[in-house]
Design a protein around this ligand. Structure first.
Ligand SMILES: C[S@@+](CC[C@H](N)C(=O)[O-])C[C@H]1O[C@@H](n2cnc3c(N)ncnc32)[C@H](O)[C@@H]1O
Length: 280
């Protein structure tokens, strides 16, 4: 069994060096560490350059509400506010909340930031457009069903160092010793859709696992697999190959039970079967 990392209890938290961040990263790859049911999450700050890159990857700007889960000294929230976004930090340790408030004041962004002493697993996500995480894999997994159901499709999630297992990142990169992951919360695409264009129509059965989609199009008795299917937030793209002609290409935006074309095409799709549940 692997020893637990530094405790983050309010009275016993320790400030760890960036070397410790590497230690946390390597510990996380050891199965004994991540299989503990409720591991404590230590306080280890994200290096400033990685903070900037996380916000860049999430394309944070004015109009966003950025929530950092386990916000430490407030650096991600404050950096987001400097980009014109509103920032919210949720942190269990009251000393770190006070430090964050002082740091926000020093950075002159108090009016754009708020820090709540709260358990991240109880924090609502409904109004959040960008969620930032530097917590362990098991905490990401505990948050995952709520991310998929509470956050609006197209919202962004950025994690420093830890992934979401079966939910592959839409983008990932190394930033020095840090690993960064980005996900777009996928719209509910799975289910049965009726596509109509003038007098023509076909039915599309879509199967969805997180942002991965595959499906079959039915033109009367003709059954065709779709290909190059992609879902990024609310944006869906796929092709249907019919006979020897050019493949039919569809690029649309999903809004609840409707898909409307992006660009100048003239078609419309309506959901005719129950949406498949994607939250796990
Ligand atoms: C690895 S640090 C990340 C700090 C900051 N997000 C950053 O990237 O610099 C994780 C933080 O989560 C806090 N934390 C641990 N468990 C928590 C919980 N259940 N709810 C809220 N915060 C928690 C810890 O006190 C610590 O400050």
């Amino acid at each position: 069994m692997i020893t637990k990392p530094a405790d983050c209890h309010p009275k016993s938290h320790r400030l760890l060096s960036s070397g410790a961040a590497v230690l946390l990263a390597s510990l996380s790859t050891m199965s004994g560490f991540i299989e503990e049911p409720f591991e404590t999450i230590p306080y280890i700050p994200t290096p400033s350059s990685a903070v900037d890159r996380m916000l860049e990857l999430a394309e944070v700007g004015p109009g966003d509400l950025v929530l950092d889960m386990g916000s430490g000294d407030g650096r991600i929230v404050i950096a987001a506010a400097k980009l014109g976004a509103r920032g919210r930090g949720v942190e269990i340790n009251p000393e770190l909340i006070e430090r964050s408030q002082r740091n926000a004041m020093r950075a002159k962004v108090s009016h754009l930031t708020e820090f709540r002493q709260e358990d991240m697993f109880d924090t609502p996500l409904t109004d959040v457009s960008v969620l930032t995480l530097y917590v362990l894999t098991q905490s990401n997994l505990r948050l995952r069903p709520r991310i998929l159901t509470e956050m609006r499709p197209g919202s962004r999630v950025v994690s420093h160092q830890f992934g979401m297992q079966e939910w592959d990142a839409d983008k990932s990169e190394r930033h020095g010793v840090n690993r960064l992951f980005v996900w777009y919360v996928p719209a509910r695409a799975g289910g049965r859709w009726r596509f109509e264009s003038g007098d023509d129509h076909f039915t599309l059965e879509l199967y969805q696992e997180f942002q991965q989609i595959r499906g079959t199009a039915y033109f009367g008795n003709e059954r065709l697999q779709i290909r190059d299917a992609r879902l990024k937030g609310t944006k869906i793209d796929f092709e249907i190959e019919r006979g020897n002609g050019e493949p039919l290409r569809f690029s649309g935006t999903i809004s609840e039970n409707t898909i409307l074309p992006r660009g100048g095409d003239r078609w419309r799709a309506t959901r005719t079967g129950a949406a498949q549940v994607i939250a796990r």
